[in-house]
Design a protein around this ligand. Structure first.
Ligand SMILES: Cc1cc2nc3c(=O)[nH]c(=O)nc-3n(C[C@H](O)[C@H](O)[C@H](O)COP(=O)(O)OP(=O)(O)OC[C@H]3O[C@@H](n4cnc5c(N)ncnc54)[C@H](O)[C@@H]3O)c2cc1C
Length: 501
């Protein structure tokens, strides 16, 4: 088995991994690193998802990196332009050469004796490789790349047409002239429906529950105007700041005055629809921002509804049959193609089997530390983006914090940093997400714990995290700086990590 050694290993070459590499190169210039990526290309989400119309559902001024202005006209950007942005960053900043493609990380084992991580990877060609490093950075995203969420539908096998999950959209899928039913009402369904509506004979969006829609122009006139008179970097910074503040304001407002925000959102939907707004399709059973708002750029989905190319049906599935879907109301939806836009299957830590000093790690027993590390796991950072704001805001913060941590470990002559939580100090855990979204509810059992208090609490507040991760003292009485000089081989992980005398 081949073996390579680095100072830092990053798992994943999506937004988080590419961003981490750029920060690391800049803030820890002496450190060697590699990015291990299971796929054949970089981009993560923006390389995997290929369904028609794939686009961001938050603005690129906050989904872009803090170090690289987004300069395209559209602020709500299509997948290929995000993919190009990531490739450009990786190329211009010499990150590409550090990526080891086709390397799926299977196991990661920490040894306190050597103060290092050992990773075993399975290659595309079946060959296994070993990598070691002092630090490990998990930029492996939050969902399973191999499986989407597919609820079992009775009679599925009886359907004579094709069934497609958007995560695995066939390149050559021809739906022109076909009757398409898209099951779901989340961001994917709302993106797909208007994109396929013109070519398909008819598209039905079949939803069990309605969603809150936020209608916005895909282009940000102010951003595009500012770029004409200011350097790109300045314009980007201004718009990014405005968007962070605006997003925060709307989120907080929705929490405090849900009726007011709901009425505002409904007002926009009424304006976008030619006919009456039927509340059956547009009144969710929860308040705005209790689940992620569903963005409709340029009201494109409503245009498809107005043209009659698409319709919304709110009902429950009884069963699939040969010609389509039988609904519980008695209605039947004829279909040639069924798209199950039923969501993602969450995955923790890239589905890697972790060990610390010989003991297996169960992530659902670990607490987040400052939303950037885990309790009792040394020299490991993780990116888990916000549910109420763009992912990259958090990814940039975690990367900067991690660089601070590496430099502090070095400055202290230590070998590793450990967010130590004593077994008897583990407090009550709270739901990490005050969110009712299906994929969080389905996955609560596998997700790491969220403490009630800092630093064990996972915040959904970018400005607070900025303070904590960029300005807060690393030495907070919880993070311990240790050297690798202890005789190891302890029986339990907690025993291994108990503070040295
Ligand atoms: C369709 C879609 C649209 C989205 N739109 C938005 C949006 O508009 N705004 C927003 O904030 N968020 C959005 N998200 C969330 C989105 O995933 C993040 O914005 C962001 O792309 C995540 O980047 P990441 O690098 O952390 O993870 P990913 O993009 O998931 O990349 C993770 C990478 O890690 C690799 N990997 C995983 N496990 C392993 C392993 N064991 N070994 C080796 N490699 C591994 C994967 O192959 C992948 O390349 C969207 C998600 C989806 C699915």
């Amino acid at each position: 088995m081949s073996e390579q050694q680095f100072d830092v290993l990053i798992v994943g070459a999506g937004i988080s991994g590419i961003g981490a590499a750029v920060h690391l190169q800049r803030d820890c210039p002496g450190k060697s690193f590699a990015i291990l990526e299971q796929r054949a290309d970089l981009g993560g989400t923006w390389d995997l998802f290929q369904y028609p119309g794939i686009r961001s559902d938050s603005d690129m001024h906050t989904l872009g990196f803090d170090f690289e202005p987004w300069t395209e006209q559209k602020a709500i950007a299509d997948g290929p332009s995000i993919w190009r942005y990531l490739h450009r960053v990786a190329k211009e900043r010499n990150i590409e050469q550090h990526i080891r493609f086709g390397q799926k990380v299977m196991t990661a084992s920490w040894s306190s004796e050597t103060a290092s991580w050992t990773l075993e990877c399975s290659g595309d060609d079946g060959a296994h490789s070993r990598y070691t490093a002092s630090y490990l950075y998990l930029a492996s995203g939050y969902y399973d790349y191999e499986q989407g969420h597919e609820p079992p539908f009775e009679g599925r096998e009886a359907f004579a047409g094709q069934i497609v999950h958007p995560q695995f959209w066939p390149e050559d899928l021809d739906y022109s002239g076909q009757k398409v039913v898209v099951i779901g009402s989340g961001a994917t369904a709302v993106t797909l429906v208007p994109s396929i509506a013109r070519k398909a004979a008819h598209v039905t969006m079949l939803q069990r529950t309605p969603t809150w829609y936020a209608i916005r122009p895909s282009e940000d006139a102010l951003a595009n105007g500012l770029r004409k008179i200011l350097p790109d970097k300045w314009a980007y910074k201004l718009i990014r700041t405005r968007n962070v503040l605006l997003q925060r304001f709307i989120y907080n407002r929705a929490r405090k005055r849900p009726d007011q925000v709901g009425e505002f959102l409904h007002g926009k939907v009424r304006d976008a629809l030619d006919g009456e707004m039927d509340k059956k399709h547009f009144q969710p059973p929860y308040n705005p921002w209790e689940q992620r708002l569903c963005l409709v750029p340029d009201a494109d989905m409503f245009a498809a509804l107005n043209r009659g190319d698409a319709e919304i049906v709110t009902d429950q599935i009884d069963r699939f049959d040969e010609s389509g879907i039988q609904l519980q109301s008695g209605q039947h939806l004829d279909a040639d193609l069924i798209v199950t836009a039923t969501g993602l299957k969450l995955a923790v830590a890239g589905k890697i089997a972790f060990q610390v000093d010989g003991a297996p790690v169960a992530f659902n027993e670990q607490y987040y530390y400052k939303g950037a590390m885990f309790s009792n796991i040394p020299n490991l950072a993780v990116v888990f983006g916000y549910v109420n704001a763009s992912w990259t805001l958090k990814a940039d913060l975690v990367a900067r914090y991690f660089c601070r941590l590496i430099n502090t470990v070095d400055a202290r002559g230590a070998d590793f940093a450990l967010p130590y939580l004593a077994p008897d100090a583990k407090g009550e855990a709270e739901d990490a997400f005050d969110f009712s979204s299906g994929y969080f509810q389905r996955s609560m059992a596998i997700l790491p714990k969220n403490g009630a208090e800092q630093p064990w609490k996972l915040n959904q507040d970018y400005l607070l995290d900025r303070k904590i991760l960029l300005k807060g003292a690393l030495d907070d009485g919880v993070l311990q700086f240790r050297t690798a000089d202890r005789a190891a081989a302890p029986q339990t992980r907690d025993a291994a990590l108990e503070p040295a005398e």
